[in-house]
Write a protein that binds this ligand. Structure first.
Ligand code: ATP
Ligand code: MG
Length: 395
């Protein structure tokens, strides 16, 4: 195994220009440092189009696992930084070739410094001929087992073999803050991931209905929040007691309209929490047609309660696609643990799939939901997934 001393980080989404580009890089730089905050031995360098992290004695595999969760990175490579004279470049490439057990190789040079005396092709040829003379490796230009990449800069050259795909997207937090309705299910943690990937900083609100929903159910949601929060550092979760509102809804409206009314209340509460916390939009894990409350008619009647935009990143996804993503981000196994949710406890037998706005408003006129909303908000509990960190540390 070749021992590289530096990670070279490439950015994604760089159609952004001017100030946006500067903001992108500044934010990404901070997010990378935040993701690697537990490692003391690292040295960071920022250039126009790259970030370099010198590894010291830190474990490359651990660093790699952390970097894979930082949005805004298009790819990264472990690399060796050497002075850019051709002999040093050839020696280093030869050593990499000698240390590998691969059978075929290809040299791929990119000159960032166009004044360098040798052209890319000449560098490729000289390095390849050195490796061919001193090892048993063969050249394979189409499908090399060992691609050796050389990047020539003003004073240094970076020599690297493997290009590791990054998480893509925008650096978390660069596009503002959104409040996600987070349940213990499969969908909403995936929605959190998608929103973060668009550069949004996600805060969450969870509605619990004790004693009908247990402490364990709430902990499960906080565990899920902790898992997805790795993509942005940490997460603030607002836990709101929904019991009184829910009981009142059942008393007043009975079975078919209960879910629609519950969700209208959730939206109202969420909008208030969002406004109080500087979030410009809500987010949900809703997907059209998935359940009764997610028909277009339902979404429309539910959405009518608030002014704020609602981002629904999963709106057109199939369940199978959502599950694939949940597995990829590691939340699936936790999401399917059997805990009760406030919606399942009062699971109505015949939920209406085409609710009418008039009926919703009719039922809602029969009880003082504003008072219950105020009470629920007054008793909100706020949990940080990493209690020792403050939001300001990150945002
Ligand atoms: P999920 O897997 O995310 O629970 P679901 O398929 O079970 O989704 P619903 O229960 O209808 O669908 O919920 C749709 C969306 O409403 C969820 O994705 C989430 O954003 C929000 N939501 C549902 N229940 C709660 C809750 N108890 N607290 C906060 N948000 C919730
Ligand atoms: Mg659910």
């Amino acid at each position: 195994m070749v021992k590289y001393d530096t990670v070279l980080i490439r950015y994604g989404e760089l159609s952004t220009k001017g100030k946006n580009r500067k903001d992108f890089i500044t934010r990404l730089y901070r997010n990378i440092k935040y993701a690697l905050r537990d490692y003391d031995d690292l040295e960071y360098t920022k250039t126009y189009d790259r970030i370099y992290v010198k590894l010291g004695d830190e474990d490359p595999d651990e660093i790699s696992a952390k970097l894979k969760k930082v949005f805004g990175i298009s790819s990264f490579s472990f690399t060796e930084k050497v002075p850019n004279d051709i002999n040093t470049i050839m020696d280093t490439c030869l050593r990499i070739a000698q240390e590998t057990d691969k059978k075929t190789f290809k040299v791929i040079t990119k000159r960032h410094d166009k004044t360098y005396p040798l052209h890319s092709d000449e560098i490729n040829r000289q390095v390849a001929s050195r490796i061919l003379h001193h090892t048993d490796l063969k050249v394979d230009v189409h499908n090399p087992e060992l691609p050796i990449r050389i990047e020539v800069h003003g004073q240094d050259a970076y020599i690297t073999s493997e290009k590791i795909p990054g998480a893509g997207g925008y650096p978390a937090g660069i596009n503002g803050k959104v409040l996600l309705l987070l349940s213990g299910g499969i969908d909403s943690p995936v929605a959190a991931y998608q929103l973060m990937k668009r550069g949004l900083y996600v805060e969450a609100v969870h509605f619990s209905s004790p004693p009908y929903t247990s402490e364990a159910a709430k902990q499960k949601v906080l565990t899920l929040a902790g898992m997805v929060s790795e993509y942005q550092g940490h997460m603030k979760v607002h836990v709101i007691n929904f019991t009184d509102l829910q009981l009142e809804i059942y008393k007043t409206a009975g079975d078919p309209y209960a879910v629609t009314l519950m969700r209208r209340m959730m939206y109202r509460l969420a909008e208030r929490v969002a406004l109080a916390n500087g979030c410009l939009a809500l987010g949900t894990g809703e997907s059209v047609g998935q359940v009764a409350s997610q028909t277009l008619e339902s979404i429309s009647v539910i959405n009518e309660t608030i002014k704020m935009p609602v981002l629904r990143p999963l709106v057109c996804y199939d369940k199978v696609e959502i599950i694939d993503l949940a597995r990829k981000i590691g939340t699936f196994e936790t999401s399917i643990l059997p805990y009760e949710d406030c919606c399942t406890i009062f699971d109505p037998k015949n939920p209406v799939t085409r609710p009418s706005l008039e009926k919703c408003e009719h039922y809602e006129s029969h009880f003082d939901y504003q008072k219950l909303i105020e009470e629920a908000l007054a008793n909100e509990e706020t949990v940080m997934t990493e209690p020792e960190k403050k939001e300001e540390d990150f945002l």
